[in-house]
Design a protein around this ligand. Structure first.
Ligand code: 45D
Length: 149
């Protein structure tokens, strides 16, 4: 179930990838404790998060789409050098900022594609450890590794 979820996720449209991540966060929110994500880790992503926080809503959306689409931008490259856990912490913090109103929200009526709903349903049925495995794999590949050719 894990490797097929990852494959189906990666085949989703960029918007559906962002929406599934967001819905996954809203489902898992209670299980992820801020302590677990590590303050030290977040510090490494803080500059990036501050930059995004100061952007307009449409720029924020563009940055997230660029990350998911692995478009080569300065922000995608800064993201690319983070460790996998820091990448997870980055997305976690973006969600927290969304909840607090600093980041563009997912439109209330957003309709996930059939594949998107299916990945989300599968993800919900996995245990926490397996959910982390899927999420790690998904966020690891976002952005651009500036050291890769
Ligand atoms: O207009 O360090 C759409 C542990 C449509 C411990 C949109 C951990 C069009 C160790 C694109 C939908 C393993 C627990 C708009 C860490 C449109 C450790 C908007 C784990 C506006 C870190 C879309 C941490 C938007 C974990 C705005 C599990 C989408 C972290 C935004 C998990 C989506 C974090 C966002 C997750 C999703 C974060 C911000 C799942 C973030 C998800």
């Amino acid at each position: 179930a894990i490797s097929s979820s990852i494959a189906v996720f990666k085949a989703l449209s960029v918007d559906d990838q962002l929406a599934v991540l967001w819905y996954a966060y809203t489902e898992m929110g209670r299980s992820i404790t801020p302590a677990a994500t590590g303050a030290a880790r977040l510090q490494l992503a803080q500059g990036l998060l501050n930059q995004i926080k100061q952007m307009s809503h449409s720029e924020q959306l563009e940055v997230m789409r660029d990350l998911a689409a692995q478009r080569n931008t300065p922000i995608s490259r800064s993201y690319g050098i983070l460790s996998i856990n820091t990448k997870l912490a980055f997305w976690y913090e973006l969600s927290e900022l969304m909840v607090k109103g600093f980041i563009i929200p997912v439109p209330a009526g957003y309709q996930l594609s059939r594949d998107g709903s299916q990945v989300l349903e599968t993800l919900k049925q996995l245990d926490f450890g397996q959910q982390i495995t899927v999420l790690r794999k998904v966020v690891a590949d976002m952005g651009v590794d500036p050291l890769a050719d």
